[in-house]
Design a binder for this molecule. Structure first.
Ligand code: E4P
Length: 217
């Protein structure tokens, strides 16, 4: 399972990269705005900065909602850096754009996916990644992890190659549950990744080992 970090915060991206387990980054316009990155020029430069920190895929989202605009923006984003994956929303024009980029060999991440039908369309259109937003489904009392399992079943039935990128991860248990049901990728806030480290028996066990070592010394 690949680990992506879901942020535009360079310090957090560096921290995850230094841990040695990072496979990529996802961003979206809200995450960019949260870091105060505004204006086309600054946003494009920020994507390059992110690519220079990590080794893996970096999702960069188009703003246009019409086919021509998505193609224009997506081609510009893809030309920025070889690690860029063009992030396209799951709307009618987006499906056309996914197919266009797939035919051109440009990698894509289909975002804002909330139903199995949308996941099927993304795969049929040749998306590299599909991003089901599990936290936002949980927020409206639909089980987000069950949705990941449903997509896994559908994609396996037909050997769709689109990778399931579980997004809108809110906590550490989401990561573990997504691993159990076979998500290909999880994109997470840094604290959810760091939560995987924690166990009180690890802490007390280590404290005991160190104390016993000192006694022996
Ligand atoms: C995915 O690519 C999105 O950026 C993200 O996971 C959305 O998460 P949120 O629901 O916490 O905003």
């Amino acid at each position: 399972m690949k680990f992506f970090i879901d942020t535009a915060n360079l310090a957090q991206i560096k921290e995850a990269q230094e841990l040695g387990v990072l496979d990529g980054v996802t961003t979206n316009p809200s995450l960019m705005a949260k870091e105060g990155i505004t204006g086309e020029k600054n946003i494009l430069q920020h994507y390059i900065d992110i690519c220079n920190i990590v080794d893996g895929d970096v999702s960069a989202e188009v703003i246009a909602t019409d086919f021509d605009g998505m193609v224009r923006e997506g081609e510009a984003l893809a030309a920025l850096h070889e690690q860029i994956v063009v992030k396209i929303p799951m709307i009618k024009e987006g499906v056309k754009a996914l197919k266009y980029f797939s035919n051109k060999g440009i990698r894509t991440n289909c975002t804002l996916v909330f139903s199995p039908g949308q996941a099927i369309l993304a795969a049929k259109a040749g998306a590299t990644y599909v991003s089901p937003f599990i936290g936002r489904l949980d927020d409206i009392s639909q089980n987000g992890v069950d949705f990941i399992a449903q997509i896994r079943q559908i994609y396996d039935n037909y050997m769709f190659e689109t990778q399931i990128l579980a997004a809108s991860i809110r906590h550490t248990m989401h990561i573990i549950e997504c691993a159990e049901v076979g998500a290909d990728v999880v994109t997470c806030p840094l604290n959810a990744i760091m939560g995987l480290l924690k166990h009180p028996l690890t802490d007390s066990g280590l404290a005991q080992f160190l104390a016993d070592y000192k006694k022996g010394g």
